[in-house]
Design a binder for this molecule. Structure first.
Ligand SMILES: Nc1nc2[nH]cnc2c(=O)[nH]1
Length: 415
């Protein structure tokens, strides 16, 4: 434990610790060894260890200030994910409803908002003085290269996702994407040794059933000019996007084990989104995407050019909130919890469509919403129960790191 804490203690978490001291003890690759740590055999995930470390200052003394930052960060992150997911879904729908149809716009808006990440990177240090760590401290070339690689994966995912959505009826693409969470669980088991528990399996099954129902109840209209070959392109693009996204989350979890503070997660996110934007921009330039956008804004979009650009730029912001929230959730909890939180918002997106666009709310959508709420609430309840039990068990033992430790032990929702 002592070594582990020294390896991954976040110098910016406790304000009262000495970052210099920390530097001397850091071994960038060592967090990856956490899987062999005895804590894991005891069923405590390595993200747990990370958060345990967050809760313990450099002298390995309890530091109650640390968990004070964990919960607000988790809440703010989830709010970003919530607002980002619901509003990006509504704005994308607005774009398509008013004759927007460019695949390149849909791809580009998902990543081009990367400059917004400069806010969580620079504001805590320069304006709020929350942290003594200068942005990009110990951002090694290896971390940069891995982030660029994951960013390219994300860029390809965005492209496949937009390709699939543009070729297939909404019902078919949603149906195919409903497999994403199950893939996420399987790949988390393989890549980060996530334990399958009753709680996370139950939640994945319920949320998958819920998204299958959403898909069955959604629009079956074929996009114009859908030929057999386009159908197959759309089909395999969507399956590929689902698989890539399911791979992206545990890969990020693995990468984040090299990370000792939230700001660093945002820095990696910035590098990833820049890489994804470079990819999207090159593709766009080669495929005539820029003239397509100009044409669409002037002649095709039926609300006029001004509204077009407002829609596109608002969508850029909301997608960034969504991906930033997802990355933050993966760091603060685990990839499967991040995936669950993201998928559970699909129910919210359906309700958003009903409230904002007056979509009908039939029996299928009602059952789907119930399954979604049930799955998500039982997962959160599972985390709560385990947290309570652990608190009881621990109360006679260690005096350090109580609150965070319990949350941490439960980040996989195991019951
Ligand atoms: N594959 C995939 N890509 C996305 N991009 C934004 N949301 C998603 C999603 O749910 N799946």
């Amino acid at each position: 434990m002592d070594t582990l804490v020294h390896q991954i203690s976040p110098p910016n978490f406790p304000k009262n610790q000495n970052p210099q001291h920390h530097h001397n003890h850091h071994h960038p690759s060592s967090p990856l060894d956490q899987q062999q740590h005895p804590q894991d055999q005891a069923g405590i995930g390595s993200v747990s260890s990370l958060l345990l470390a967050m809760n313990t200052n450099i002298n390995n003394k309890p530091n109650n200030n640390n968990d004070k930052r964990y919960v607000p960060l988790l809440v703010v992150n989830y709010l970003c994910l919530f607002v980002g997911s619901v509003s990006s879904s509504l704005l994308s729908k607005y774009y398509f409803n008013h004759k927007g149809s460019s695949r390149w716009v849909s791809t580009w808006v998902q990543c081009a908002g990367f400059p917004l990440l400069l806010i969580p990177i620079f504001v805590p240090y320069h304006l709020l003085k929350f942290t003594e760590r200068k942005p990009f401290t110990r951002f090694t070339p290896k971390i940069t290269i891995i982030s660029i690689f994951i960013g390219f994966l994300l860029g390809i995912n965005n492209l496949l996702f937009s390709w699939g959505n543009s070729y297939l009826p909404v019902s078919t693409s949603s149906l195919l994407l409903s497999s994403q969470l199950a893939f996420n669980l399987i790949l988390s088991v393989i890549i980060v040794k996530q334990r399958i528990t009753f709680s996370n399996l139950n939640c994945v099954i319920l949320l998958t059933l819920s998204s299958v129902l959403i898909a069955l109840g959604s629009n079956n209209d074929k996009p114009q000019g859908l030929t057999r070959s386009k159908y197959f392109i759309g089909f395999f693009s969507t399956i590929g996007a689902g698989l890539l996204f399911a791979l992206y989350l545990p890969l990020m979890e693995k990468l984040f084990r090299r990370v000792y503070c939230f700001e660093m997660v945002m820095e990696m996110q910035l590098v990833m989104e820049i890489a994804a934007t470079v990819l999207a921009t090159i593709g766009m330039a080669l495929d005539g995407g820029f003239s397509e956008i100009r044409n669409e804004s002037k002649k095709v979009f039926d609300k006029g050019e001004k509204v077009y650009w407002v829609t596109v730029f608002s969508n850029v912001v909301t997608w960034q909130l969504c991906f930033m929230g997802t990355a933050g959730m993966v760091f603060l909890t685990s990839s499967i919890t991040g995936g669950i939180c993201m998928t559970a918002l699909m129910g919210m997106n359906v309700l958003g469509g009903v409230l904002v666009y007056g979509d009908e709310f039939g029996g299928v959508k009602a059952v789907s919403t119930v399954l979604c709420v049930w799955g998500f609430c039982s997962y959160v309840y599972g985390m709560y129960i385990k947290m309570r039990d652990d608190k009881r068990n621990n109360s006679s033992g260690a005096t350090t790191a109580t609150t965070t430790m319990e949350m941490v032990n439960n980040n996989d929702g195991g019951v």
